[in-house]
Ligand binder design. Structure first.
Ligand SMILES: C[S@@+](CC[C@H](N)C(=O)[O-])C[C@H]1O[C@@H](n2cnc3c(N)ncnc32)[C@H](O)[C@@H]1O
Length: 424
């Protein structure tokens, strides 16, 4: 066997909003206590030189993220121009992993490939080589293997297929990336599980389509808040309770507020149904409370409370089928700005000094040069907050656009922290 070494140890596949995934990855590394990390961003991937001692925690914490697609180990790295050598190394990589996974996971092993190369001819050569190697080796050692996704052209498994095909129990996904002059080989360890979100969505008692945050986005927002177990999170525009449920899943305490009685009831129903899924029902029930009230008067509810985070997708203005005139847009945004300032000023006075506010704002996009949105700096200064402008790793600038530019109402994600040592 050839001794394998690799510069990068881990890969992460970013979601459709790469910056959002990078923000989550940045928080994840912070949670691991990583101060500095060597990385390369390449296509939809980030390759990291993560210390092996952090592996177990890294893959576990990924379950709490909402926008990252998959991640895995990188085991070996070889120069691309020596085809004889990369074939040898790739063959070793395949054999080691087939042996390991077929003994761990039954006699019959499903195999998928994630082969990424900008050069299509090279990609096809790698895929064909992997395919023939697997077929020949399986015959030789009499292991039953089946390559999934191998039609005329090879297509990578989606997360949905990964779980439908039962890969966590019965499969092995081999990865190969051609980055500049190197070929890097690895295996997938973790994939986001859309089936869990579908199940959770089906279990919701009440769905109000105009009032809901998506489960994935809610998970991302809660993760970015960095609240630890038993910390207290407030959603002052709680709608149907999606953010609150994600926070409860992370063992946080939560308070929800919504002024619409229909939403208040929906949140209560959804949180009750969620609590019932847990054997220690009484305990879960103690962890949340929702109020039917206008959030401009948060003080009445919060009283002596000390919040670790405010996380919310607030009211984003009227539901629109087309963009309003610019004057109308500016009017709407001014009204929303006032609402947000009232709520955040009140809410942040109950926020711990270390607390964070994860906040979504609406934006109407007219052209690349013209968009109308609430004044984020004004909101920050009037509430004695700091508008965070970038992430610790990966050079992400905030506020960050989420959603697609052609939607009528678009959104910005802003992160605020408290301005300290200042009198208001
Ligand atoms: C986009 S939805 C929130 C979705 C929610 N974050 C979730 O996880 O399902 C906005 C909510 O804000 C509520 N709302 C609007 N103005 C409010 C106010 N002044 N005080 C409290 N809730 C308000 C609306 O009733 C609506 O349910």
């Amino acid at each position: 066997m050839i001794q394998m070494s690799s510069k990068y140890t881990t890969f992460v596949k970013l979601g459709s909003n790469k910056d959002l995934s990078k923000l989550e990855l940045s928080v994840l590394l912070k949670k691991l206590g990583v101060e500095d990390v060597a990385f390369t961003e390449w296509m939809d991937y980030i390759l990291l030189k993560l210390n092996r001692n952090n592996f177990a925690k890294f893959f576990k914490i990924l379950d709490n993220t909402g926008s990252i697609i998959k991640a895995g180990y990188l085991n070996s790295e070889v120069n691309i121009d020596r085809e004889d050598i990369w074939k040898l190394k790739l063959k070793d990589h395949l054999i080691i992993n087939i042996e390991k996974f077929s003994s761990e996971k039954n006699k019959s092993l499903k195999i998928a490939l994630d082969v990424q190369a900008k050069n299509i001819a090279l990609r096809n050569r790698i895929i064909n080589f992997i395919r023939t190697t697997i077929i020949n080796y399986s015959k030789e050692v009499k292991i039953q293997t089946k390559i999934i996704g191998m039609k005329k052209t090879y297509s990578e498994l989606t997360p949905f297929q990964f779980y439908k095909e039962n890969f966590p129990k019965r499969g092995l996904e081999v990865t190969s990336f051609s980055v500049k002059s190197k070929l890097i080989f690895g295996i997938t360890k973790w994939v986001t599980n859309p089936l869990l979100d579908i199940k959770q969505d089906e279990r919701r008692q009440t769905r109000l389509f105009t009032h809901g945050t998506s489960i994935k986005l809610a998970r991302t927002l809660v993760f970015l808040s960095e609240v630890s177990n038993d910390g207290l999170l407030l959603d002052p525009f709680c709608g149907t309770g999606t953010i609150l449920i994600e926070a409860l899943k992370r063992k946080m305490q939560t308070i929800g507020v919504d002024k619409d009685p229909k939403c208040f009831r929906a949140s209560k129903d959804n949180l009750n149904a969620f609590s019932l899924q847990y054997p220690a029902k009484a305990k879960m029930k103690d962890k949340w409370v929702v109020y039917s009230q206008d959030s401009r008067d948060l003080g009445k509810i919060l009283k002596e409370k000390s919040l670790d985070a405010i996380v919310t997708e607030p009211y984003l203005g009227p539901f629109l089928k087309q963009l309003p005139s610019i004057e109308e847009a500016r009017e709407t945004m001014k009204t929303l700005e006032k609402l947000y300032i009232r709520v955040l000023r009140e809410g942040s006075s109950f926020l711990k000094d270390t607390g964070k506010i994860i906040f979504i704002l609406p934006v109407y996009h007219y052209s690349d040069k013209l968009e109308v949105h609430p004044d984020i700096e004004k909101i920050a200064s009037q509430c004695s907050l700091i508008n965070q402008e970038s992430s610790k790793f990966f050079h992400v600038s905030l506020p960050l656009q989420i959603g697609r530019k052609h939607n009528v109402i678009n959104r910005y994600l802003a992160i605020f922290t408290k301005q300290l040592n200042e009198t208001r």
